[in-house]
Write a protein that binds this ligand. Sequence first.
Ligand SMILES: Nc1ncnc2c1ncn2[C@@H]1O[C@H](COP(=O)(O)OP(=O)(O)O)[C@@H](O)[C@H]1O
Ligand SMILES: [Mg+2]
Length: 321
Amino acid sequence: MRNVIEVKDLTREFAVRHRPNMVAVDGISFDVREGEIFGLLGPNGAGKTTTIKMLSTLLYPTSGIANVLGYDVTDNRTIMELRQKINVVSGGERGLYYRLTAKQNLEFFSDLYGIPKAEQKKRCEELLEMVGLSHVSDIRVEDFSRGMKQRLHIARALVNDPEVLYLDEPTIGLDPEISRSIRETVKKLSDSGKTIILTTHYMYEAEELCDRMVILSHGKVVGYGTVGEIKDMVSDTSVVHILTDRDPADVLKTLESDPEITGMMTCMVGGRYDTRFSYISGTPDPHAHEEAFRPYGIRTIGLDEPTLEDAYIRLTGGECQ
Ligand SMILES: Nc1ncnc2c1ncn2[C@@H]1O[C@H](COP(=O)(O)OP(=O)(O)O)[C@@H](O)[C@H]1O
Ligand SMILES: [Mg+2]
């Protein structure tokens, strides 16, 4: 399958006053294949947005190579041609005209891309239909909820029918129901043949959507491949999994000093506390923890295979966000 994006040793530094340059993206390399949903994962500050900006020609790399659809992103002679074939959706509120209706916004952006008026009407109607906003097409964006705005952002990014679509944290800050509908839209877009680059720090989102992914940490690639391949990178990890009635935070504090244990986390599942922690090597005996956890009301205790989230925490050095 054809590579749509080829990135080699890509680096971006930012000048910081009175300090050495900040290296936001540090020599990353990966390829994206035609039609893939490709994930750029990593904690806040890992370099995801900086990478998207370079791949969408909004920011010049300090060094390295990035080719998108066969165009060098730094070649000024072809940059406008490339921009016709790509588009970007960023999380957040900016980038729409609030005093205009949904339809007027799409018409405005269609004008910017030089789409003939005769074509615009039909195309804008189709896009509003695709993102589920047909019924509010004549309402001003200032009256839209965040979820509706985000759906309009996606429609806006489709006016030029891009071959490559960058989605930078498209569900950040949205409630679960709306996030799910955005993920469904992403799948529809992928089914229609577009190549999608998606940044996220939600592992379930990556697991549900992405064919392959890179995991970034401090500007470097620390994982690359399918979900299965990334889990294989941490196959020496064993995960102890304990479900309790009450919050075992105090026990976890005592485990923090154990050098063999990494990536501890507890989350609420169905009103109970679901705790996971990883041993980097060897096969631990989960029952060795039984006594310490007993006061918190153990429901289940055992060993588990590492999930993508466990792998992510291990590869990014334990940062959860
Ligand atoms: N314009 C800028 N000037 C200085 N530092 C920046 C600039 N943009 C981003 N950075 C820094 O680069 C790092 C990566 O940022 P970013 O690419 O936004 O990460 P992410 O999207 O993964 O959260 C961060 O430490 C951030 O503070
Ligand atoms: Mg970002």
